[in-house]
Design a protein around this ligand. Structure first.
Ligand code: UDP
Length: 195
């Protein structure tokens, strides 16, 4: 698969459709593959935060999100195939997941946001399996309990909406304990879809 480097972050140059295919394929495997979106803001964080940059570079795919990235690519004469952002991906991914019987767990945002966003998507795609949700404000001591909830939910895709770089670090730290095939950092996605 085609990739390019931007400020020492390895980014996948793929279409939305291929991005979704990759996530759905990962969902069906036993090991947890990590995915991230990077916008211009994330590139700034990666520039200053070496750990975040390294975590991004270990992901299965890092998706180029938004017009800032498009502009940076244009400047570097990289022909970017698509704007692969979470807001556009979420309903498309839910549709595919519903068709394929792939379950989703939604972790992150303030209390009652993830389940509200889940309800909205459930209404749109009646066959969608949202296996569970949990807010993104829990202590270190509660982490094992949250992981237990995810693992017993039967979900194959985990969406983590705690903002960059917290969500990427959380996924990297716990991916080996997670019984999901794909974990994706999705930033403020649940807030957007809860309204
Ligand atoms: N958040 C969370 N736990 C935290 C900090 C933030 O769940 O400890 C949530 C916050 O409620 C919001 C999201 O993470 O829903 C961050 O959204 P933001 O738009 O800031 O992230 P970005 O898209 O810029 O990465």
């Amino acid at each position: 698969q085609k990739q390019f480097q931007l400020f020492r972050v390895t980014i996948s140059n793929i279409t939305m459709s291929d991005a979704i295919n990759n996530v759905i394929n990962s969902a069906k495997t036993p090991e947890c593959d990590s995915y991230a979106f990077v916008n211009a803001d994330c590139m700034n964080i990666a520039h200053k935060n070496e750990q975040y940059r390294q975590i991004l570079n270990q992901n299965k795919n890092v998706f180029a999100d938004g017009s800032g990235l498009r502009l940076a690519c244009k400047f570097h004469r990289i022909a970017l195939k698509d704007n692969v952002n979470g807001t556009d991906m979420f309903p498309l991914l839910c549709q595919r997941a519903a068709e394929q019987g792939v379950g989703i767990f939604m972790l992150g945002a303030k209390p009652n946001i993830a389940n509200k966003a889940a309800e909205k998507m459930q209404q749109r795609f009646p066959k969608l399996r949202i296996c569970g949700s949990h807010d993104g404000y829990f202590s270190e001591q509660q982490t094992d309990e949250v992981i237990g909830k995810i693992n017993s939910s039967g979900a194959q895709i985990l969406l983590v909406a705690m903002g960059a770089p917290i969500q990427e670090r959380w996924i990297a730290e716990h991916s080996e304990k997670l019984n999901v095939g794909a974990a994706i950092g999705v930033g403020g996605l649940f807030d957007f879809y809860a309204d």
